[in-house]
Design a protein around this ligand. Structure first.
Ligand code: SF4
Ligand code: SF4
Length: 283
């Protein structure tokens, strides 16, 4: 039987999620809790409601139709009842078979554009068996994942085998700092980075640049050292922190506590990478 996964978005014509034009599938669930996360709806692996208070006219229809007030069963009745479309069900259950069928419809076009399919999140390896089945069903397409790399190494190895390209985040090189700002130690991530380097598969590294957290010369130099000599590394991409990142937290019932100065201008000096011959660009 085909594995079921939980997806919170499918973005077509994506041009920043790997080579060429791509379809990007966002899987729910992430093991990290980065203090700057801009996709809080991807943190929980479970489907959930997203409610925007902006634009609410207080008509009360969402409450009138609900037969499970205070104990949501995600029936979607309030979603349909809201006249201003402020309520959204985030997280669709879908089998790998159905998803692959949908993605394969565009395979010829995307292949001609030098593109393919990208699995992102959340963290796509959180739903590893679903992801693996999808990747196997999509062998005729160019396949990549955007991963934080926090995944058991044996599972990561199985996923890596099915990929044509890898996009991996290295948020902080220092173990303690990584734990402080993401909630987890980076040992597993660095082990998986070594697997990617050994695999020979082309890859790129992404660094979300957070002012005062990971934009120091020291962190760039340590990260460059981790990557130095990897012949299959195509480039490093710096993604400057977006001030609007906190906007969605309230919609999923979370509080945004960035714990860094969001108004500080990030250091985007790429010298540490160019010194060891790594191409680096700012997105
Ligand atoms: S999804 Fe259904 S159960 Fe949940 S709040 Fe809306 S109407 Fe109530
Ligand atoms: S139905 Fe929509 S507009 Fe009306 S109270 Fe609920 S959220 Fe607000």
């Amino acid at each position: 039987m085909s594995k079921e996964g939980i997806i919170f978005d499918i973005k077509e014509f994506a041009v920043f999620d790997g080579p060429g034009i791509r379809t990007t599938v966002f899987l729910k669930g992430c093991p990290l809790r980065c203090k700057w996360c801009h996709n809080p709806e991807g943190l929980s692996v479970n489907p959930q409601l997203m409610i925007s208070k902006n634009g609410c006219v207080g008509c009360g229809r969402c409450r009138e139709v609900c037969t499970h007030l205070g104990n949501c069963v995600l029936c979607g009745d309030c979603v349909k009842a809201c006249p201003n479309r402020l309520i959204k069900l985030c997280g669709d259950r879908m089998t790998a078979e159905i998803l692959a069928e949908r993605l394969l419809r565009d395979a010829d076009y995307l292949n001609r554009q030098g593109g393919g399919v990208t699995f992102s999140g959340g963290e796509p390896t959180m739903q590893s068996e679903f992801l693996l089945e999808c990747l196997k069903r999509l062998k005729s397409m160019h396949r990549t994942i955007e991963t934080c790399g926090y995944c058991q190494t044996d599972v990561f190895a199985r996923i890596l085998e099915e990929l044509d390209y890898v996009i991996m985040d290295i948020k902080l090189a220092d173990r303690e700092q990584h734990k402080l700002y993401t909630g987890v130690d980076n040992s597993l991530i660095l082990d998986n980075l070594e697997q990617v380097k050994r695999s020979g598969k082309p890859f790129r590294i992404r660094i979300p640049v957070i002012p005062g957290v990971n934009d120091s010369e020291e962190n760039y130099r340590q990260t460059a050292a981790l990557l130095s000599g990897a012949g299959n590394l195509e480039m490093v991409e710096l993604l400057p922190y977006h001030k609007t990142a906190g906007a969605k937290y309230e919609m999923v019932g979370r509080t945004y506590r960035p714990e860094f100065d969001i108004n500080q201008v990030p250091n985007l000096d790429t010298e540490a990478f160019s010194q060891v011959g790594i191409e680096c660009r700012t997105m």
